[in-house]
Design a protein. Structure first.
Length: 181
């Protein structure tokens, strides 16, 4: 089921039919350099299952990102509920096939998901968090207008960077961008 469309991308729910294409991405060492290790096939399968469960439980999750022009599967992007400082909070996440890095796809998909979240949920704030050394993800967050809120030590990432944007700030940014046209 298609959830979102942008100028260059289609975002739809993940399915088990995505397993092979998704595993090719998540098993790549470079793509998964900010994770403890690349995913094996079972971890990839559980990732899809986790998102299928999220769709049922919350009405959202990470969605498959496809190139509009070719339909090629290039990653995922969406909103998930994550534990951040021992609180369950909505987090925007994204993973793009390394062959498609530096083309703006992560930012384009993430902006669309951020707008979707503020239209379709009651959340007053959306977060983005990552290992502090994950500069590409931090740049995507900043390009969306999400600002660094804090950094803290943790057992998984050593140091985690937490970005956030409020509904009010998001709406103000949209208004400012609209005035420039």
């Amino acid at each position: 089921m298609i959830v979102l469309e942008t100028e260059q991308l289609i975002l739809r729910e993940l399915t088990m039919e995505d397993l092979d294409a998704w595993h090719m991405i998540l098993s790549d060492k470079e793509t998964m350099q900010y994770y403890p290790k690349p995913f094996d096939i079972e971890k990839t399968r559980s990732w899809i299952t986790w998102n299928l469960d999220n769709y049922q439980k919350y009405g959202f999750g990470l969605w498959a990102v496809l190139l509009r022009e070719t339909g090629q599967f290039i990653g995922d992007c969406g909103i998930t509920m994550q534990m951040i400082h021992e609180k369950l909070l909505p987090e925007i996440g994204y993973h793009i096939d390394k062959r498609f890095w530096k083309k703006g796809y992560a930012t384009q998909a993430a902006r669309a998901c951020l707008a979707w979240a503020f239209v379709h949920t009651e959340f007053d704030e959306i977060y983005s968090y990552q290992k502090s050394t994950n500069l590409p993800s931090r740049r995507v967050a900043e390009k969306m207008g999400i600002t660094l809120r804090e950094e803290y030590a943790d057992s998984v990432n050593i140091k985690t960077s937490v970005y956030a944007i409020t509904r009010e700030r998001f709406q103000r940014n949209i208004l400012i961008q609209t005035r420039h046209y």
